[in-house]
Every structure is written in C-alpha cells, then in structure tokens.
Design a protein around this ligand. Structure first.
Ligand SMILES: Nc1ncnc2c1ncn2[C@@H]1O[C@H](COP(=O)(O)OP(=O)(O)OP(=O)(O)O)[C@@H](O)[C@H]1O
Ligand SMILES: [Mg+2]
Length: 421
C-alpha cells in the first residue's frame, strides 16, 4: 500500500477529532529523519450530531465533517484519502493484564535451548495477553505494552535480543463498543476517506503534550473536553490506567445558564470572557452586564460571584479525576503530577485550582513536536488532533480493532512510517 501521498513525495498524516462541541481536522507532513510533523492545514468547526462520544444525528455529522475536511484540504492545498480518528465515550473500558510464553519449546534433544528473543516471541506474548473473554459487542481498541520479564529479570521495557526460557508481558488493554467504533468509521468512510486507525482521545493528547520523563516518573493527563473528561495515568514509561468521566466543561456553561437565566450561547461567551476557576483570584469589584431582553431590567454580576459557580463545578470534576488516579493503584507518587489539556483546560486559573485541590504539580499541556502554524497547534484545545497527527510516529500500540477492518491497513501504514526513518 502507498500511504497517503499527494504525488509530491510528502508523507501526509491526517487526524480528525470529533468532539461534542467541535470537529477538528488537521493535515500534516512527516518531516523526514525526525519525529516531528509539519502542520499544513487545520480546520475546526462547531460539532453537530455528536454528543458524549456517540452519534446523535448521522447526516448532520457527515455534513459537518465534509465542511471541516474541505476547509483543511483547501488550507493544506492537498487531497486527503486516509485519516486517523479519535474516539471517546462511556463505552470505553480499560484493564491491565498479562501473559507468558515458553521460549525454548523447539530445542533439539539435550541441547540448551536458550536463544535470543525475537520480535515474533514478543508478538506471541502480546497476542496471548489479548486473549481475554469479551462480550460479543466489544473489541480491543488498544494493547499497550507496559513491561516484560525474562525469567527472573523484571521491568524490561524491550526484551529483544535477551535470552531466557520464559517471556512474560504486561499490557494495558483499552476496549470499546464495536457499534460505536463502526458507526464512527462508516461516517468518515462515507466521505471517501479510508480510516487508518482509531485512537482513544487521551492517548493522542498524551503523545502530543507529555515528555518522556513525565511518562517515566509518573504523570496524569486529563483532557477536559466539553462533555467528557478523559484520563490517562503513566508511570514507568507506560499507561497504567485510563478512563472516561462523562462530564466536562459544558456543565459549567449549563450551570451559568441556569443560575443567571440566560441562553447557553450567552453563558458560553460569559464563561470564556469572565470566568475564573478560582473565585478568590477574581475581583468582587469587577462587574459586567448580563444580556437582557428589551424591557427587562438591566442586571449585572461580579466576576467573583460568577466564578463561585464555576469553581464549584470544577471542584467536582477534579474530585472525579482524583478518584480515577487512585484507581491506577500506583504506590509511588506521580512526580510530575497533572497535565491538563482540552478546551476546558483553557479556563483561566484552572491550574491554580487544580494545584490547591490535588496537592501536586499541575501544568497546562500544549502540543509539542509540531512545526508551522504553531500559534494554532499549540493550544490545549488542539492536543488530541495534534496527537493524532503524531500517532503513526510515536504510538506503541500492538492492536487495532480487527472488527472494523482497520488493522492491516494501520499496521502497514505504521511499518511504512517506521521504514521512513
Ligand atoms: N478560554 C476558555 N475558557 C473556558 N472554557 C473554554 C475556553 N475555550 C474553550 N472552552 C471550553 O472547552 C470546551 C470544548 O473543549 P473541546 O473542544 O476539547 O471539547 P470536545 O472535544 O468538543 O468535547 P468532548 O471531547 O467532550 O466530546 C467547551 O465546553 C468550551 O466552552
Ligand atoms: Mg475532545
């Protein structure tokens, strides 16, 4: 297969992030000899027909997808044939599991069978680790290796070339509902775009924003979207836990709309302009007028008052994040604390509030490894889309779902990219 090519010897990488509030498509070209991507085009439009990771109106979604694609293609001045999609939703589950295989089964009589471990041994162990019993409507979305053991040697990140008799592998599995994945893929393929792979949202955002040191010494990435908050916990260079919390920044907008009795659109504008995640950092003296209908009395409210509602909701979201981190069951503390991405992370003073509540380091995650149009690429709201562009270069994923027909396509694409360096 030839990966996406526009005939100009450029290797394109395309990511489509379908969220509840926006659909974003980015087109990049892989920079030869480096692990970076040059951003050629990006388009973002309000999402329609999609909520909490599920399609609510297929035709509206396809129509909007077409517009986003067209705009990104025009900006990049190229045609797109393939893309990688993000996926989220309450149907996603994760678990840690392990498997082992004997390495010297074929030894000749009496001769010691120890031989160096080859790639097929590792693949065999990862394959075995995937042999879990799943309901028929679910499939494995990602198989992310954590570490290996060879006989008594533990915590090996890559066992290639080592000798031993028993290879054991630990993995983090992410599973998802087949119908959710298939319907999403169908919508994109209806537009003539072949789907190269599906990526669980926070994994893409993590690839775009986290450094190797952070993944090694321990960090949580929380991608705060509009209707979901997606979590991934890294330690020892591997994913230890991942989860979807079905609440995001749109809840703040709803709270503001209900409290102040204004429309969602007005509440959204007020949130972006005046809200602070920490009420104590906003002034009770700074007041702004609320939108009013003709004839209504003029109303105003202080930024401090508004931020009290916002802080209450953000505290709830951070409490849910803390609960998820504790499920990762990591004994050591996460040295690098918390990294926030997604549109919700753009709320002012959010890291100050998170730092107080969680008692750990907090930073806002901005995408790295991307060149060109960086003022757009660097926003936390684009972390997932940028991660999708980088996925073919950086990802360490053994499995892509077989049920939706993307496996061989994705793997060949990945092999090609690897051969590219
Ligand atoms: N400057 C800002 N201040 C506060 N909130 C913001 C800001 N910019 C964006 N947001 C919020 O971020 C949310 C959108 O984030 P994002 O685009 O990451 O969500 P999404 O990917 O569409 O949703 P999901 O992933 O949950 O399906 C909106 O609720 C929006 O109000
Ligand atoms: Mg999102």
């Amino acid at each position: 297969m030839r990966p996406i090519s526009n005939g100009q010897e450029r290797q394109l990488t395309v990511g489509i992030d379908i969220g509840s509030s926006k659909i974003c498509c980015a087109i990049g070209s892989i920079m030869p000899g480096s692990d970076r991507v040059k951003l050629l085009g990006i388009s973002s439009m309000p999402s329609m027909g999609f909520r909490k990771g599920s399609i609510s109106h297929r035709n509206q979604l396809i129509e909007q997808l077409e517009k986003v694609l067209f705009e990104a293609e025009t900006m990049a001045n190229t045609k797109v044939n393939n893309a990688i999609l993000s996926v989220t939703g309450e149907h996603i589950r994760c678990l840690n599991t392990q498997a082992a295989a004997a390495l010297n089964r074929n030894r000749a009589n009496g001769v010691s069978g120890d031989r160096p471990i080859v790639k097929t041994d590792i693949d065999q162990v990862l394959d075995l680790a995937q042999a879990i019993s799943l309901p028929p409507d679910r499939d494995i979305l990602h198989t992310l290796p954590q570490e290996y053991s060879v006989d008594t040697l533990k915590e090996i990140s890559n066992p290639l070339g080592l000798t031993g008799r028993r290879l054991e592998g630990r993995v983090h599995l992410v599973t998802a509902a087949i119908s959710s994945m298939k319907n999403l893929v169908d919508c994109v393929e209806e537009l003539g775009i072949k789907v190269n792979g599906l990526v669980f949202q926070p994994l893409a955002s993590a690839i775009a924003t986290l450094k190797n040191d952070e993944m090694q010494l321990g960090v949580t990435l929380a991608e705060i979207g509009s209707s979901t908050t997606n979590i991934v916990v890294y330690h020892g260079g591997a994913v230890r836990h991942s989860a979807v919390i079905p609440i995001g920044s749109a809840s703040i907008t709803n709270d503001i709309a209900v409290m102040l009795q204004i429309s969602i659109e007005e509440a959204e504008n007020i949130k972006i302009k005046y809200a602070s995640a920490k009420a104590s950092l906003s002034s009770p003296k700074l007041e702004f007028d609320l939108p009013s209908e003709n004839g209504d009395l003029k109303r105003s409210i202080s930024e401090h008052e508004l931020s009290r509602y916002v802080e209450a909701r953000m505290q709830e979201i951070f409490q849910l994040i803390i609960n998820e981190i504790s499920r990762a069951d990591i004994k050591e503390s996460l040295t690098y604390g918390l990294v926030l991405s997604g549109g919700g992370a753009q709320l002012s003073n959010i890291s100050a509030l998170a730092g107080d509540l969680m008692g750990m380091r907090v930073r806002i995650g901005t995408p790295t490894h991307i060149e060109g149009i960086t003022d757009v690429a660097d926003l936390p709201i684009h972390a997932t889309t940028m991660g999708l562009l980088l996925w073919p270069i950086w990802a360490d994923d053994f499995a892509q779902s077989t049920h939706i027909g993307v496996k061989t396509y994705f793997q060949k694409f990945k092999q090609f990219i690897q051969g590219f360096f």
